[in-house]
Write a new protein. Structure first.
Length: 367
């Protein structure tokens, strides 16, 4: 029996759903299989646990420590503390030998550093692919050893070409959606499942790593909450934001099905995360992006608002105005408005490109 061609996805946990959609399309061909590994499963979790206790994610202390290490660590690209830099060599090597992939797909600089370094060290001929999760190119993801980049727009391709990446290695696709956001479900059904009254205005706020600036805007939003409105918050692993909202007595969403929550909402306010914006638009809900202080998300914010015409907000007052405007666009309470549908074939196109690349690589090795 012939062995199946294997694609190994090494992704941050928040991108597992997107990898799952690509895997679903990839495995429709019986000659291929795929494995998804969260980066956290490859890290030294006990070490990171205590590190996170001392330097919580999203805290000023953690950012100061990171800046210090970037200046003083001689092998910073292979530094394994925290959520950045490399993955530990032992666990990475074990994963590669266990699954013997034909291709590895990553979306973070940490996983890319590890993949390039260890694939060269091991000496295996594995195709390396990068799935860019932002709307602008992260400089840390530019590497001549990458065989294929999946980017969202022409500007990203031009940026990569300007840095010496051959254009034939770059594929333009919209960001793939998790399967839960492609599922067809009505707003009424989603609200019924979540026990939200039909006559309530539901405002969802994705505040993970929004920082102090977003906390100030949220305070104003909570203070201005009107009768008949329900505010629900997503904080993820952002402990400072979680603590802040707990002290405020805010409602936080604990379930895993974000597709259901976004469908039930009238409007979603989020940090400039292109994945979240695509997911919210996919279920037909209005979305507002908030300009946070983090450098990388600022670029996403301006691309989303200037190029894609997504409603933006830079402070508390603009947030209030944007939310009021969004709610006024609903003809009746809780009614879903029609928004442009994203390209749902993105996962299929990425899967096809991966298959073609692996088959071509196998042919070249035979010749």
């Amino acid at each position: 029996m012939q062995n199946k061609k294997t694609v190994l996805f090494i992704m941050p946990e928040e991108n597992d759903g997107q990898a799952g959609s690509i895997k679903h399309e990839l495995c429709k061909d019986v000659a291929f299989t795929a494995v998804i590994l969260s980066e956290d499963t490859l890290r030294c979790l006990p070490k990171n646990y205590f590190f996170d206790k001392i330097f919580p994610k999203g805290s000023h202390r953690r950012e100061v420590w990171r800046n210090f290490k970037e200046k003083t660590n001689a092998r910073k690209k292979l530094f394994t503390y925290g959520e950045w830099y490399a993955l530990p060599e032992k666990t990475f090597r074990n994963a590669v030998y266990r699954y013997m992939p034909d291709s590895i797909v990553v979306s973070s600089s940490a996983a890319l550093y590890s993949t390039v370094y260890f694939v060269k060290k091991i000496g295996l001929h594995i195709r390396i692919c990068v799935l860019c999760k932002d709307l602008v190119v992260d400089p840390d993801l530019i590497d001549e050893n990458v065989d294929c980049y999946f980017v969202d727009n022409i500007a990203m391709r031009e940026n990569l070409v300007a840095h010496g990446i051959p254009s034939e290695r770059i594929e333009i696709n919209t960001l793939p959606l998790s399967e839960e956001f492609i599922t067809d479900r009505s707003k009424e059904a989603a609200r019924h499942d979540l026990s939200y009254p039909a006559d309530t205005r539901v405002i969802v706020v994705n505040a993970e790593y929004g920082g102090a600036k977003m906390r100030r805007a949220i305070s104003l939003l909570l203070d201005s909450k009107k009768k008949g409105q329900k505010l629900i918050f997503l904080t993820g692993k952002d402990k400072p934001m979680n603590t802040f909202l707990t002290d405020k007595g805010a409602t936080m969403y604990a379930e895993e099905d974000l597709g259901k929550l976004f469908t039930a909402a009238d409007v979603v306010l989020t940090v400039p995360d292109p994945t979240v914006v695509s997911e919210v638009q996919a279920v037909g809900t209005q979305v507002i992006v908030f300009e946070t202080e983090e450098v990388k998300t600022v670029s996403n914010y301006y691309y989303l608002t200037e190029e894609l015409n997504v409603q933006g907000a830079k402070d508390g007052k603009e947030t209030l105005a944007a939310v009021e405007k969004a709610l006024s666009l609903c003809k009746t309470l809780g009614e879903k408005i029609e928004l442009p549908e994203p390209l749902e074939q993105s996962a299929q196109m990425i899967a096809l490109r991966l298959q073609q690349m692996i088959i071509k690589n196998e042919t070249e090795e035979v010749l």
